[in-house]
Design a protein around this ligand. Structure first.
Ligand code: 6GU
Length: 286
């Protein structure tokens, strides 16, 4: 028996998520691994204009999504009754607790929130019920995540990168894909997950990949890859991954645990100007 992950997505553009029916994600829905429901936030409005936003308190440009509409929607989806809460006990904060129990996780995409990483995706891939609330316009009333956190819901807010999108829909698609592909049984070949960039504690960017022909338009592939010596191939790829990462993402090298590096890893890093005798690698001044 497969364990189904329930996914609710609330948006003012639910049709955006029709694209989820294609590819591996669509297959996972067909196979019952995912139970995806999209909801139109405007279904929870009561006024003739179906308005979901209002002007910001304190002034300023743009519009902010209203708490009442969101709360009616989220109460329905979470099976909660409205309550008055003691506001002092519930400060505005980005939650940093990371514990997945068998309770729903409510996720709000937010460009001003902490970055969504592979670690978050891995953790959330074990959740049985994910609920995504897509904000539009300038964002949503900050009391919404605070309220549901106070109700015992595991509320997360995430940004997917340092750039601004018009709304949360694209960010939710990104997070959903990153999360669900890590579910047991999602991928045809689970091995392909293991070697990827950003996997595990010791994240490195991947080495270059080549396929046949060995010479294409005059361009060859590194000899070692056709040598048949698997040990040498592994070492070559590992060194290439370390070199790429050191060049493009020195922040990832700095996070490596030196104890997890073998002798050849250390030698490679030292040749690139890194010191590896402390707990984490440290770039020596050039
Ligand atoms: Cl999560 N939302 C929006 N609107 N823009 C973003 C983002 C999220 N992450 C990066 N840019």
């Amino acid at each position: 028996m497969v364990e189904t992950m329930k996914i609710d997505i609330v948006s003012v553009f639910p049709e955006y998520f029709e694209a989820l029916n294609v590819g591996l994600f669509g297959k996972a829905i067909e196979r019952g691994l995912l139970d995806v429901k999209t909801h139109d936030l405007r279904d929870w409005t009561h006024d003739v204009h179906h308005s979901v936003d209002d002007t910001p308190v304190g002034g300023g440009a743009g519009m902010v999504m209203k708490p009442e509409v969101w709360a009616e929607c989220l109460d329905d989806l979470l099976g909660l009754k409205p309550v008055e809460i003691n506001d002092e006990d519930n400060p505005a904060t980005f939650a940093t607790t990371h514990q997945v129990a068998d309770r729903p996780v409510l996720i709000f995409p937010n460009p001003s929130a902490p970055l969504f990483t592979q670690r978050d995706a891995t953790e959330l891939s074990h959740t049985s019920h994910l609920l995504f609330g897509c904000g539009r316009y300038e964002g949503y009333d900050a009391r919404i995540p605070r309220y549901y956190r106070a109700q015992g819901v595991d509320v997360r807010e995430y940004s997917i990168g340092d750039y601004v999108l018009n709304g949360g829909e694209v960010a939710v698609s990104v997070m959903l894909e990153a999360i669900t592909r890590l579910m047991p049984g999602f991928m045809g070949n689970p091995d392909s997950i293991v070697e990827e960039s950003y996997t595990g504690q010791n994240a490195l960017l991947e080495h270059y990949q080549y396929t046949k022909p060995a010479v294409w338009r005059g361009m060859g592939v590194p000899d070692v890859l056709t040598s048949g010596d698997h040990g040498k191939v592994d070492r070559f790829r590992r060194d290439e991954a370390i070199a790429h990462t050191a060049q493009l993402r020195p922040d990832l090298i700095q996070q490596l645990d030196c104890k997890s590096l073998d002798k050849a890893d250390r030698k490679t890093l030292m040749s690139l100007g890194w010191e590896v005798s402390g707990p984490h690698p440290r770039k020596l001044d050039d």
